[in-house]
Write a protein that binds this ligand. Sequence first.
Ligand code: MRU
Length: 360
Amino acid sequence: MKVRGKNYRSVWMEGKLVKLINQPELPHTFSIKTCRNYRETGLAIKHMLVRGAPAIGATAGYALAQAVLASKARTMHQLLSDVGKAKRFIESTRPTAFDLFYATRRIEQAVSGCGDIQQAKKVAVSEAQAIADENVSACKKIGDYGNALIPEKAGILTHCNAGALATVDWGTALAPIRAASYSGKSIFVFVDETRPRLQGARLTAWELMQEGINHAILADNAAGHYINRGEIDLCIVGADRVVSNGDFANKIGTYEKAVLAKENGIPFYVAAPLSTFDFSRKTGAQIPIEERDEREVLYVTGMSGRNLVKARIAPARSKALNPAFDVTPANYVSAFITEEGVFKPSQIRKLIFRKRRVKQ
Ligand code: MRU
């Protein structure tokens, strides 16, 4: 993604350091956070300095590579024990995004296949780099396949941030939107603000601003109004985990947008790379849903002058519920847009075989 004329990925590795765009500070400040070891990188995932399923996956891969590089093990057996400990820590940071588990498993498998420690260190870094690079090319292809589904002058609804910040580059839901804009289509994006952490208002709007793509931020409960008035032609969202029957988890509020889309006869597309597909689970009921701190709902944070300030919006003793994701059943999905093409939920089995062919 271009920021002030310079190309950035959301996360990358430089030597033993992991660097990432510090997302809680956006859109007000653009800064880079440096993580010196796997614990700092894991905490950056936990505290959502980096977020969005594929970005979490790439970061988790780099974190485990950092653990391998830092290990003082003298035998492969000790090294694999260090890897197991770091993997458990990294996997404890966020439970829903499948890319995280996909990445840690890939690094562990790659290291397990090595004959000695020096080789394992090299392989861990190159495998983590491959995960990030593959995500960039997958998202680019998602953009091209998805662009074919976007008519000229489309009004497009998107939820949360499934852009370059949420992946390594390009985005999932935002990739077709970028591609449509680059190919000269005149489009308008309706951006759900996405309470409580406002990834839509803060991050998606920021990305669209960088690209000069026409958009407006909507209060989370406003989409029905615009769909009912015929101003929204299609919805595109990302996913945190898609399971075998086509049910998927995404940011809280996605399900109600899918119901609205179906009720009003407009297409509802889910853009996701194969690294987000978890074919070990049969239905959405088996997806672990992250519950986050109630303070995210009870307070709002914003800029006042040059300072970030936090303000309570609820009665002092009110409690809040804060599920980070919901599950949308497959029958609300018009199609999945993947790097392998566009698939209806009924065709999802084809993807199981393609994923095996690519990487487990
Ligand atoms: O809690 P977040 O910000 O990590 O949630 C992100 C989302 O729900 C995205 O829509 C999803 O990860 C797809 S990202 C390409």
